[in-house]
Design a protein. Structure first.
Lengths: 457, 364, 152
């Protein structure tokens, strides 16, 4: 008994930081996801010349809470012939896979649940692939022919684009040399250039593939409301549906974080190692002060007293955040002796800011795309994945490998490596587009022969 | 679930059937090999009701057929009865009728564009289109008090004079509208995904179109240059210069282009019309009690959806003997089966949208 | 011991078993094999299993009488095995220098990064088997595509 208690204490002493991160993530993530949904709705409204949720709370800010409460108190409907065990398990699979994938990610130099995992990136990719079971089992458990078809289609889409995404990540890993998340970001720091610039084709491929991985528009045919075959989520209502929703947005955060880590420099400031650009350190606090100023300016124009108070509160909050961001940068000027002590705080806080900023840009792009372009038909979607993205990513790995050898032969470092990799990227694109055009000619010929069979009357 | 024949039922309640339309699709795997439209869910017996109402009493009923473009319905009916009475509406009334009808055509096409794009997955054009449609509905509301089911016209002319700022409002709308059409086209016309979803989908050849009796933009997109506004002009259309857009292949993309161009031409007609609205009376000399001489008349107009025809038989009493309405959507829907065969299930929604049906008109 | 008649339930329990196996690999500090087990076995093969189970109508098997007589033999064998393993743990615990496994942080110099180690040996000492397996996989893929194409 003594030994067991001692062992537990030792365990806690060693792992208190990751455990705390874990608790924070599990507790805070649903709230964050709820507010990401609100941001998406507001963004959608802005692009569609309307206002979005405005009623619940000032400017609709309590809308996620209202939605969460509504979903929790809804009646739990299970179809009659549905398999109860699988019906219960399917959303759990989705959410479990998504949350477990979050565990492998690092949101800052010190904020990671699974610390020192040497296979970090592979862990995230592999675990998020388990989400497919949530979809397939969900469709099957609904005991509806159409739900099952929708689920199988969705999982086929996921599996197809996983290959392209994986090869794109491999290309980025060629530069990084390791799967450890912290080491990947450190490698981008030492090389001085983000891998997104060195491997633009891989970044583009991962971008498109991640949109398909998370079932977002334009690849959201399996879950579109206006399609004939109902999606896998149809029979799930109330809390079960909110679990699927949580899983989808958590997956979005996961792919955005993976892309940020591997291609956009993770938590590094732009031009992290360049000394004369150190003034960029002041950008985060200045940005927050700018937002605070904007809120303060808009305050008098608010229609109701509640909204005015709220605007002031937001401005105050932004000022506090600006202060927190500015402290690690300004303190070394005030007291040079503090420079050593302040360094980890600087890395942690500013790193967190830049990471969240980049993830937000990536997610903004996701949302922007959703509101702008129409949906792909399923066969067009599969054609894009198999006939364009997979050849592109495989060829890209080959040519970038060759470019790296050439680069190391001429001892190109950092930005100079672009000289070798850009021609490689262009070559990969040209070859893949050639393959696509040949395939399109074949497709036209095929569809021409198929269409005439059905006009017999 | 493999490759055997399957019959799927699509609604009456379905987000994409634009009303209560039930479509039974026979599938072979993923391809549609046959279809059957079951209609009648919105049948209200309008033609029978007409036999028990006086001519003026029946006028509001026709608005409820194509409720998206109520003004055109009213125009067709009033002109048909005017033909029966051998009465002509005064020139001022004719011009104002033309302006309102063309505005209504733009509004109808805007609603079509928004919902069609929404079905195919583009979420945003719907809101942009409804923003413009809102302006037109405001004008209609200022004119006759109603936005949707307007009863704007009377037999023999108009009841309401054009309000003070009518010409200014229409002019301002038309001036803004050009840039808006450019907005929609930027989003859709050259978009790869849009082209991929609409080109080659739902092809209707010109011979088939004529054989089925299809009219309106569907007919014109198949390559047949036929518009009643040019062929048998009514209201004030013979006074204005406008083009008839014609397509080449008769697929969904062509229908989209034809309707976009029609919106532009309607705008041109409106601009020409408001420059010179003739002064004068707005109502011809018709009595309070309408008793047309016994006889029959068929009058057709170019409604936004196609040829809307009214066949009215009068037996000399205050109530018509028979009113038969030729609804464009009903006839166009018959070509649905020909258009949908051989396509995938995901295209069915696009094809229903591209015919531009309104169930109120199909079922009456 | 098989307690489920429903094939999908069996598949789910197989997924759980495979995840547990992967967990054992993780506890042995073999991270690479852990994640590869999950990606390939669970994320690939089990997805295939489940697709097949769902696309093939297995209701027929559900209603057949299973071998109910084996239940009791299986139970006795399971109990015997459990007793043996329990005895094993017990005696190991009693031996000096050993004890119940206690989680400690892995010393930094204990095991080299897994993925690199596997990759190094795979691409140097085991290159020929690697290439042979690649060709085998390529043949399998081509065969699958050929068999799946409709006869036009």
């Amino acid at each position: 008994m003594q030994a067991a208690a001692q062992a537990t204490l030792d365990f806690l002493k060693l792992y208190w930081a990751p455990l705390l991160c874990g608790v924070v993530i599990v507790a805070v993530l649903p709230l964050i996801v709820g507010y990401i949904v609100l941001i998406e709705r507001k963004l959608m409204a802005d692009m569609q010349a309307r206002l979005g949720p405005m009623r619940v709370g000032p400017h609709g800010l309590l809308q996620p809470i209202a939605d969460a409460v509504k979903l929790l108190i809804k009646e739990d409907i299970i179809p009659d012939d549905a398999d109860k065990l699988v019906f219960w398990l399917a959303p759990v699979f989705s959410v479990g896979a998504a949350l477990l994938a979050i565990a492998g990610l690092a949101f800052g130099p010190a904020f990671q649940i699974a610390q020192d995992l040497d296979i970090g990136l592979l862990f995230v990719v592999g675990i998020s692939a388990l989400g497919i079971f949530g979809i397939v089992l969900g469709g099957w458990a609904s005991n509806s022919h159409y739900s099952l078809m929708g689920a199988l289609r969705s999982s086929a889409q996921l599996v197809s684009y996983e290959t392209a995404a994986g090869m794109a990540l491999v290309c980025g890993l060629l530069f990084a040399g390791t799967l450890n998340i912290k080491s990947i970001v450190a490698a981008q720091g030492t090389q001085g250039v983000w891998f997104g610039f060195l491997a633009p084709v891989a970044f583009f491929t991962y971008l498109v593939a991640s949109i398909a991985e998370t079932n977002r528009a334009p690849f959201d045919l399996p879950e579109a409301e206006s399609e004939l075959v109902a999606g896998y989520m149809t029979e799930f209502s109330g809390f079960r549906w909110s679990l699927y929703f949580l899983a989808e947005y958590t997956n979005m955060i996961v792919v955005a974080s993976v892309a940020t880590t591997l291609f956009l420099g993770g938590w590094l400031r732009p031009f992290a190692k360049v000394g004369w650009l150190n003034f960029l350190d002041y950008l985060p606090p200045l940005l927050m002060i700018g937002i605070a100023g904007y809120c303060a300016l808009r305050m008098p124009k608010q229609p109701t007293r509640v909204q005015q108070v709220f605007m002031l509160a937001v401005a105050g909050l932004c000022l506090v955040v600006a202060l927190v961001l500015a402290a690690p940068v300004l303190l070394p000027f005030v007291k040079p002796s503090l420079k050593e002590a302040v360094a980890p705080f600087y890395a942690g806080i500013h790193g967190g800011f830049w990471f969240i900023f980049k993830v937000s840009v990536y997610l903004y792009f996701f949302m922007w795309l959703r509101f702008t372009i129409p949906r792909y038909r399923f066969d067009q979607l599969m054609r894009l994945g198999w006939h364009f993205l997979i050849p592109l990513s495989i060829i890209n790995v080959l040519v970038v490998g060759v470019a790296l050898i050439v680069g190391s032969y001429f001892n190109l470092q950092g930005w100079a490596l672009l000289l070798a990799t850009t021609p490689a990227a262009i070559l990969a694109l040209v070859v893949a587009l050639a393959i696509l055009s040949i395939d399109q000619k074949n497709q036209v010929r095929q569809e021409g022969t198929a269409a005439t069979d059905f006009y017999a009357g | 679930m493999g490759a055997e024949e399957l019959v799927i039922n699509m609604g009456p309640q379905h987000p994409s059937t634009h009303g209560v339309l039930r479509v039974k699709l026979k599938l072979d795997g993923e391809r549609v090999i046959g279809s059957e439209c079951v209609i009648g869910y919105l049948h209200r017996g309008v033609e029978k009701i007409a036999e028990n109402r006086t001519y003026q009493q029946f006028a509001p009923y026709v608005d409820r057929m194509d409720y998206v473009a109520a003004v055109s319905n009213g125009l067709g009916y009033c002109e048909a009865i005017e033909k029966l009475l051998i009465v002509e509406a005064p020139p001022r009334a004719r011009v104002i009728r033309t302006i309102l009808t063309e505005l209504q055509r733009i509004a109808s096409h805007l609603l079509w564009l928004g919902t069609h794009a929404l079905d195919i997955g583009a979420l945003t054009p719907l809101f942009y289109c409804f923003r413009e449609r809102e302006e037109i509905l405001k004008i209609l509301e200022k004119y006759c008090g109603a936005r949707l089911t307007t009863h704007a016209f009377r037999i023999g002319g108009l009841q309401y004079e054009a309000y003070d700022t009518f010409e200014k409002d229409v002019e301002r709308f038309c001036k803004d509208f050009e840039s808006r059409i450019v907005e929609y086209e930027t989003l859709l016309t050259n978009n790869r995904i849009w082209i991929g979803r609409t080109k080659g989908v739902g092809v209707l050849s010109a011979e088939d179109a004529i054989a089925f009796g299809v009219t309106g933009p569907v007919l014109r997109a198949s390559g047949v240059k036929w518009d009643i506004r040019k062929a048998m002009p009514y209201a004030a259309y013979d006074q204005y210069k406008f083009e008839i857009p014609v397509g080449t292949t008769g697929d969904t993309y062509d229908r989209y282009l034809v309707r976009m161009e029609e919106m532009r031409q309607s705008r041109l007609i409106c601009l020409q019309a408001i420059e010179s609205i003739p002064p004068g009376a707005i109502m011809a000399k018709v009595g309070k009690v309408l008793k047309p001489p016994p006889g029959e008349v068929y009058h057709a107009i170019e409604a936004p959806k196609g040829e809307l025809g009214y066949y009215v038989v009068s037996d000399g009493t205050v109530q018509p003997y028979r009113v038969r309405i030729r609804p464009p959507s009903f006839i166009n829907l018959q070509a649905f089966d020909r258009m949908v065969r051989g396509h995938l299930v995901a295209d069915v929604v696009a094809i229903i949208g591209t015919i531009d049906i309104v169930l109120g008109e199909v079922d009456r | 011991m098989v307690t489920r008649r429903n094939a999908v339930h069996s598949a789910i329990f197989l997924i759980a078993t495979l995840l547990a196996t992967a967990g054992i690999f993780l506890q042995l500090r073999a991270e690479f094999i852990f994640i590869v087990q999950i990606i390939l076995y669970v994320g690939g093969i089990m997805v295939l299993f489940i697709f097949v189970i769902m696309l093939v109508n297995l209701d027929v098997a559900l209603h057949q009488i299973k071998f109910a007589r084996q239940k009791w033999v299986a139970l006795i064998v399971t109990l015997a095995l459990t007793a043996q393993i329990g005895l094993l743990f017990w005696t190991t615990g009693k031996m000096p220098g050993q004890g119940f496994p206690i989680l400690t942080a892995a010393p930094v110099n204990r095991l080299p990064p897994n993925a690199e180690a596997v990759a190094k040996s795979l691409f140097s000492s085991y290159l020929l088997p690697f290439e042979i397996v690649s060709v085998l996989l390529l043949v399998a893929m081509i065969g699958a595509v050929v068999m799946a194409k409709k006869r036009t």
